[in-house]
Design a protein around this ligand. Sequence first.
Ligand SMILES: *Cc1c(COP(=O)(O)O)cnc(C)c1O
Length: 227
Amino acid sequence: MAINKENFLSICKELDDRKVALVAVSKTKSVEDIQHLYDLGHRDFGENYVQELVDKSTNLPGDIRWHFIGHLQTNKVKYIAPFVYLIHGVESFKLLQEINKQAAKNNRVIDALLQVHIADEETKFGLDEQELKDLINNDANSLMKNIRIVGLMGMASFSTDMNQVRTEFRKLKNIFNTLQLPARGSELLISNSPVPILSMGMSGDYKIAIEEGSTMVRIGSLLFGAR
Ligand SMILES: *Cc1c(COP(=O)(O)O)cnc(C)c1O
């Protein structure tokens, strides 16, 4: 299946205007499709599965910035630690520790986002507000020199009720505003000024997410077609 170039160009324009970064979610899609978007100038791609990400990274250009957006198991961190650019879904102290450990082994600092549970669905992963605060305020964090928490990530309910979706994004943005997070280097973002990352919004709800303050959207099907 071919990529949707028209959607890509219009979404880029829309995001550019509002200084929002685009992660093209390429899970289950072919190396050829990713290369096609790469050839149009895109560099940020998101994957959900460790093995698939590792395979694709070895078969595609080295300057792609790979985002891990799925549920990451502790025992698999080591496979992506050498090259992953940003890990979106961290939700436990144990995982933070493991990422720090594997990043140290690779002599690098890995950036990560904490995932917050905002949806009205038990199936979605993430921390509640208290767990998030506990994790951020954990004194042991300062000992972790090889991981940097640079923002938050969240997924709204899979719902046709856009008021509900908006309310959930707004909640995440409010939590985000209460935190003191380090500004991420400007190389990541379209924006010229470094800002902490608020990763929210997918194909079906990214417009609302942007209106509610997202700085990074993760879009798959609008660019690559349905999975
Ligand atoms: C698959 C996925 C996306 C992209 O979903 P689309 O609806 O295809 O845009 C975004 N974020 C996460 C965490 C995903 O798993």
